[in-house]
Design a protein around this ligand. Structure first.
Ligand SMILES: [Ca+2]
Length: 328
């Protein structure tokens, strides 16, 4: 692989610049004056991905940007990464970058040592360029994945202190603050949360053979909820059945129906959920389970309610007839 060390010895760019300086020796010299705010940054700074949402072999892009630079004539960026985790697949200066200068040596991508290096020079077109913008756009491919939940693989995306530089037309280095990047690839470790469980009809009013609709609100940080299961028993967990709950996009709840049961049956159930990273959550109402007992259609209470209702209606009818009577 062709390696260019542009800094330790006199670089290709410098040679060109020296030649250019000789040619353009009558050009007015501009004093290098980097403002206090000059930075070279990796943007985004944090590049955090999860296995379940960003599969291995996915790519992501970072920019090396410069801010508030004055009289930039020649620049170089060398960015280090861990080549056991990432491979650089592409590096270029965007066409619309104000720092895409005429002399641009081919970027050096070293996926063995783990660095990418590139630069550009104005070649005699003094003065330099002021402002902020993208120096380089760099694409990385994720090549290694963590294998156990909670594990994460990470590395810094470090701007080389020596080989990242900003030069003025006199080939004088201008100070800048480096803002390095960070990469992390993790198996998500936040569990889904079963927030709320409701049933219709309510537990004290389930009749013979009546289907019970159970609605569950489940939330999950990061990856989202993959599936929710209702597990119920009618013989105190000697046997049990699982119902896959369906997500209702309108209500935002996960729903399932427990089939109608015979009179007197005690039904117990619990809810389980997984997120897309394989994290598990269970809600068995702190070991008590959600329960209901199937009651007859006409219990004593029901009859009493019915009698009261009948009486109320009778009174209402009587009252309304009274009102209909003319006053005189
Ligand atoms: Ca999660």
């Amino acid at each position: 692989m062709r390696k260019i060390n542009l800094k330790h010895s006199i670089s290709l760019i410098c040679l060109i610049l020296i030649a250019a300086a000789l040619i353009f020796s009558t050009s007015p010299k501009i004093v290098a004056q980097a403002t206090d705010g000059t930075t070279v940054s990796i943007v985004p700074k944090d590049n955090i991905f999860y296995v379940e949402t960003t599969p291995v072999n996915s790519t992501f892009v970072v920019n090396a940007t410069v801010t508030d630079v004055t009289n930039l004539y020649n620049w170089q960026v060398k960015l280090h990464f861990d080549p056991s985790l990432l491979q650089c697949t592409k590096a270029f200066i965007p066409a619309d970058s104000p720092f895409k200068f005429p002399v641009t040596p081919t970027p050096v991508i070293d996926n063995t040592t783990g660095y990418v290096m590139m630069g550009a020079s104005l070649l005699g077109e003094v003065p330099g360029v002021n402002g902020s913008g993208v120096l380089a756009t760099i694409t990385f491919k994720i090549i290694s994945a963590p294998t156990t939940p909670g594990e994460s693989l990470s590395c810094n995306l470090t701007l080389d202190a020596e080989d990242t530089y900003l030069l003025d037309p006199d080939i004088v280095e201008m100070p800048y603050t480096p803002i390095h990047g960070y990469y992390e690839y993790a198996l998500d470790t936040t569990h889904p949360e079963i927030v709320e469980v409701t049933q219709d009809p309510p537990p004290d009013n389930v009749l013979e053979t009546q289907v019970v609709k159970v609605s569950v609100n489940v939330t999950d940080y990061e990856t989202g909820v993959k599936n929710v299961t209702l597990i119920y028993t009618t013989d105190n967990w000697t046997t049990s059945k699982s119902l896959s709950m369906e997500f209702n996009a309108t209500s935002g709840f996960w729903e399932a129906e427990i089939p109608g049961q015979a009179l007197g049956t005690l039904v117990k159930y619990k809810i389980e959920a997984y997120d897309y990273a394989g994290n598990f959550a269970s809600d068995d109402k702190a070991g008590e389970y959600y329960t209901y007992t199937v009651i007859p259609e006409f219990t004593a209470i029901a009859i009493l309610i019915l009698l009261l209702a009948t009486l109320s209606i009778a009174i209402l009818i009587k009252n309304s007839k009274k009102h209909l009577k003319p006053k005189n």
